[in-house]
Design a binder for this molecule. Sequence first.
Ligand code: UDH
Ligand code: MN
Length: 405
Amino acid sequence: MNLNKIYFVSLQITALCLFITMAYMSSVCYKGSRRLTRNYILPTSRSCCLTNSKKPKPATTTDVPSYTSRVSLTNTSEQSRNLKWDQTRLMKKCQVQPNSLLGRFNITKYVTAAEVSNNQTNMKVKYGGVYRPSNCVSEQTVAIIIPYRDREEHLNILVNLLHNILQRQQLQYGIYVVEMALPVQFNRGLLANAGFLNAHSIGNYSCYIIHDVDLIPVNDHNIYKCGSSPKHLSVTNTKFPHGLPYPEYVGGVIALSHEQYIKVNGFSNLFFGWGGEDDDLYKRMEASSMIIERPPVHTGTYIALPHKMDSSNPPNPYRDVLMSQSALRKDRDGITSVQFSRKALEFRTLYTWMLIDCTESEVIQNVGHVKLTQETFMQGKHLEKQPLFNMKRVVKVVQRGKVEP
Ligand code: UDH
Ligand code: MN
């Protein structure tokens, strides 16, 4: 073999090696960027090759543009889903007290149903009354639960105003109107429990605010979020202008986190008719060693829309007796034992509406209680030992996000 031939063959071998090396390196880059797609910023192809052996750099807000432009080159649906996911993750947190808040405001005129549906602010609300800020991530997800029957005018006014306030507060939220089917007597506690279980199943919210339909907030510094303790938001209203009617009062509007709601086992289901379920809730919270947070009086202030006593919600004559056993009954009377059927569910323009039906005797039986009548009360039947309910089973159901029944 002459020298020229040897030189030519070795040149060919060198070129082949170079080609294999380049092909290998570009494949590493490709695999590397695929692997990084979901959790990290995509590096440029050069830096990928240079830094591939190093740990990938965690994403930061300032890194977003490079990530965005890279993905737009190959716009598969999976990548655009990842993009959305990452954009949400990388967006800044919403402010605790956003600049858009007005503080105390005056309501000169209440809206009509027609005005409510035309309102521009509400255009941003999705069907079912859910909203999420577009430019920041809300720290909590909030379900507003409104126990309801036959107060349409109040409902329009409240829902319209709540959307405005909650959007100014930069919250991610959903509004749930929980209506009780006739002819059973109204039961605010049972409706709150049914609303909690359904809203949890639909939106897995972190905070639940039980809200009377006739209380209209007039100060948006009253932030609709949960705290480390249950938060009673309606400190004063036009019916009680000077503050709480009594220190233990937690009626009207109260915010409980998912954990707090489970810890107190929600509301009692036994308060059919008017009164007592809120004082019973206070006793449950006290029995769970919780303290109640409240905003200052001038912040936690509401207009109480006037109404008469409802015919399907007469005062409950046994409310004091039931309340005297609150702490004893707490673990077997609440979300662990609530008995209802959801007759309808509609995602309406400004709220999710559901119709809840129940039978008083079944509700009471499921708690393992006796129905309090003049006769059973005189016989002291309600004081007899009642069977205990299996709390663990229902907590599991709540955690799995299923609604039972
Ligand atoms: N609720 C309804 N429909 C009813 C009953 C109650 O929607 O038929 C809901 C509603 O969310 C209401 C809440 O349950 O805000 C509390 O009930 P309520 O407003 O009847 O309770 P409140 O303590 O009424 O305000 C007291 C009786 C009013 C008599 C007033 C006389 N001046
Ligand atoms: Mn009222």
